[in-house]
Write a protein that binds this ligand. Structure first.
Ligand code: 5RP
Length: 222
């Protein structure tokens, strides 16, 4: 079993008595969906997803997908992350689904994140930002003036930038080592046109499960 499969097995322990399941986006979540399908569990849940990609993955395997626009409150939200900084702050958005991921994390009863040990890293940290298209150049100039390195995320499947499921664009900002990421998050959210950042502070998780090569580590929110 690879580490993502081990994480999928671990995730199952959070699913007792769950009716409505929230799911994040990415390879870890795809492995989890396949695992639930293989175990005959996927159809047990009403699933609300953080991206069109995850909605397709669930529905293609016969799972029941509810629209995120219905304001469903998941019993449990399962997702992954790109980086866990200082075993405390999650950075997400590698798959460009940060806004809906944060929305579901903010409204779910229990939030569980799954990741491999190599995702525990320190700086440099690249922070994804979802921005309204018309504001892009203003934001770029402002962040450059403040001394940040920022780039527009380019698509690989088409010419031009990545467009999110919400019709916005993505920028990636190099956070400074001296910076408190949660303070940076609230400062960035104060800039007109930045609708979300990939920084997930401890208020947005309950459990983090980390698969190392030969052990499982659990971090609980304090
Ligand atoms: C998507 C995310 C993902 O959770 C993150 O990119 C990790 O993905 P993967 O499971 O493919 O490593 O934040 O927006």
């Amino acid at each position: 079993m690879d580490l993502k499969e081990i994480l999928a097995v671990e995730a199952q322990s959070y699913l007792d008595n769950v009716d409505t399941l929230g799911l994040g986006t990415g390879k870890t979540v795809r492995t989890l969906i396949k695992h639930l399908h293989k175990e005959g569990l996927l159809t047990k849940f009403n699933v609300v997803c953080s991206s069109i990609d995850t909605e397709l993955a669930v529905s293609q395997l016969g799972g029941k997908v509810l629209s995120i626009q219905n304001g469903i409150v998941p019993d449990v939200y399962l997702d992954s992350f790109d980086t866990l900084v200082r075993r405390r702050i999650l950075v997400k958005g590698g798959g460009g689904a940060l806004l809906r991921e944060k929305l579901l994390a903010a409204h779910s009863k229990t939030r569980v994140y799954l990741g491999e040990g190599w995702k525990l890293r320190e700086f440099p940290v690249s922070v994804p930002l979802e921005v309204v298209p018309a504001t892009l150049h203003y934001i770029y100039s402002q962040l450059k003036r403040e001394g940040y390195t920022v780039s527009l995320r380019e698509s690989t499947g088409k010419a031009g930038p990545v467009v999110t499921d919400n019709g916005n664009l993505l920028m990636d900002l190099e956070a400074r080592e001296s910076e408190d990421l949660c303070q940076l998050e609230s400062r960035l959210r104060g800039i007109v046109g930045i609708v979300e950042t990939g920084i997930f502070c401890p208020n947005l998780y309950d459990h983090i499960v980390i698969a190392h090569d030969s052990s499982i580590e659990r971090i609980e929110r304090v």
